[in-house]
Design a protein around this ligand. Structure first.
Ligand code: APR
Length: 251
């Protein structure tokens, strides 16, 4: 079976996977789509269909109506808790063991990479399962449940918020700097399930290309980056990534 599949991939792609020493991977919403995580826009159903994400995922929206924004994220957290990592997440966790240097950068906030066994994930947009203080900007792991919505910071009594990057907010500096560093130092870069339109994440495969890396895009649809990719595989990542790694003998 795998011998048949190996023939379906370009031999130079297989060689690139086998000879790579430093690998960087960027993932987006498409990688979680096969787990059933609704994308930002798909999430606007049922109770929430009359709200635009831009009206819920901004600091202004939180100041205006913190209860509404907290409840929307609570609903999204429940969705994320109810799904499982898919074959794409698991393939990436397996891939990390094969390379001396392997960096996984994600735009996803759902924590599914970690649940699949990936360690040291570079989270560009935060993580919905973490909470931080809106005033002090520090992660708050625990608080007393007093029935207040949103709950209050145990230290300053200000509102707690999800530890995600909202529209109009800067990305965590350490995460984006590390993402740029690994993208410029890798010899193989995979861009998986991202529309490649949201910056600064979209510049990472460009950085990798400029420094001479082989850049592989996996996405069922064409993106603005597709014409620049060294290899573009037009298929769902949960299907083609495990196949590709098996064909190359990586996992
Ligand atoms: N496998 C691979 N790619 C897929 C799959 C799949 N099974 N299903 C869908 N896709 C692709 C889509 O074709 C699309 O190009 O995943 C991409 C998802 O694009 P976006 O929804 O724009 O997600 P992303 O690129 O992660 O967006 C970046 O924008 O909405 C904000 O903050 C949010 O982190 C998010 C950021």
């Amino acid at each position: 079976m795998s011998a048949t599949r190996a023939a379906t991939f370009h031999p130079e792609l297989i060689t690139a996977l086998r000879s790579a020493r430093r690998v960087a991977v960027l993932t987006g919403a498409g990688v979680s789509a096969e787990s059933g995580v609704p994308t930002f826009r798909d999430a606007q159903t049922g109770l929430w269909e009359n709200f635009k994400p831009e009206d819920l995922a901004t600091p202004e929206a939180f100041r205006r109506n913190p209860k509404l924004v907290w409840e929307w994220y609570e609903w999204r957290r429940q969705k994320v808790r109810s799904v499982q990592p898919n074959a794409g997440h698991r393939a990436l966790a397996g891939m990390a063991k094969r390379y001396a240097e392997f960096a996984l950068i994600t735009q996803n906030v759902d924590g599914l990479h970690q649940r699949a066994g990936s360690a040291g994930v570079i989270e560009l947009h935060g993580n919905i399962t973490r909470t931080r203080c809106f005033n002090e900007n520090i992660v708050v792991p625990e608080w007393t449940h007093t029935g207040e919505v949103p709950p209050l910071c145990p230290q300053c009594k200000g509102h707690l918020r999800p530890d995600v990057v909202w529209f109009g907010e800067d990305l965590p500096e350490a995460a984006i700097n590390e993402a740029k560093r690994v993208s410029s130092a890798c010899d193989l870069f995979l861009s998986l399930g991202t529309s490649s339109v949201v910056y600064p994440a979209a510049m990472l495969p460009e950085i990798a290309l400029r420094t001479g890396a082989t850049v592989v895009e996996i996405n069922p649809d064409e993106t603005p980056f597709t014409p620049n990719a060294t290899f573009s595989l037009r298929a769902p990542s949960g299907v083609v990534l495990p196949d590709l790694l098996r064909a190359a003998g990586i996992v």
